[in-house]
Design a protein around this ligand. Structure first.
Ligand code: IMP
Ligand code: MG
Length: 182
């Protein structure tokens, strides 16, 4: 077992299961966006692996853009106050915005993004998230489409990190609590 895998308590969603769910999400988006070219935004860094697989599974032409928000520092609980670290390159005005997230946890990040991009005059706004962690929600918000629901556990892999590690695990797993408790 490799260095990253040994810190995983258990695998929740293996790579093959994720690939199947990504295909379903892409088909859902293709139906929704027929005849348009959405501005697909990856919220870095957590969503980037999901994003790359998702846009390649879609048949709709997309423009890609990237944005970085701060939220967790190196801890495992949300600060609740996300800020823009790196903004989009493209204007949002009049665009069909497809926002791609890794996980909706407290919901603060999503609320902030909706306010921000809504304020820039997006024509429509659709949120797809790899994971949903509803038990931790602090604000009433949800993605339009989530591939998987998870419980109140700390998740890593397939883009999700703890202290910038584990993003390159090919599956989604639960981090051993002793890793973040030490
Ligand atoms: P929020 O609490 O909904 O604002 O989520 C903010 C961000 O925290 C997410 O986009 C993730 O990048 C990160 N996050 C939340 N829960 C987890 C987790 O279980 N593992 C890794 N990152 C997480
Ligand atoms: Mg994120």
């Amino acid at each position: 077992m490799n260095e990253l895998a040994k810190d995983c308590e258990r695998i929740l969603f293996p790579a093959e299961t994720i690939a199947e769910e990504v295909k379903k999400a892409a088909a859902w988006l293709d139906a929704r966006y027929e005849g348009t070219m959405p501005l697909a935004i990856s919220v870095l860094k957590g969503s980037v692996i999901f994003f790359c697989d998702l846009v390649r599974a879609m048949k709709t032409p997309v423009q890609m853009d990237f944005m970085t928000l701060s939220s967790y520092g190196s801890g495992s609980s949300s600060s609740g106050m996300p800020k823009i670290v790196m903004d989009l390159a493209a204007p949002v005005d009049g665009r069909d915005v497809l926002l791609v997230e890794d996980i909706v946890d407290s919901g603060h990040t999503l609320v902030k993004l909706k306010q921000l991009l809504g304020g820039r005059g997006a024509k429509s706004f659709t949120v797809v998230s790899l994971l949903d962690k509803p038990s931790r929600r602090e604000v009433d918000v949800q993605a339009d489409y989530s591939c998987f629901t998870v419980g109140n556990e700390f998740i890593v892999g397939y883009g999700l990190d703890y202290d910038q590690r584990y993003r390159n695990l090919p599956y989604v797993g639960v981090l051993k609590p002793e890793v973040y408790e030490k």
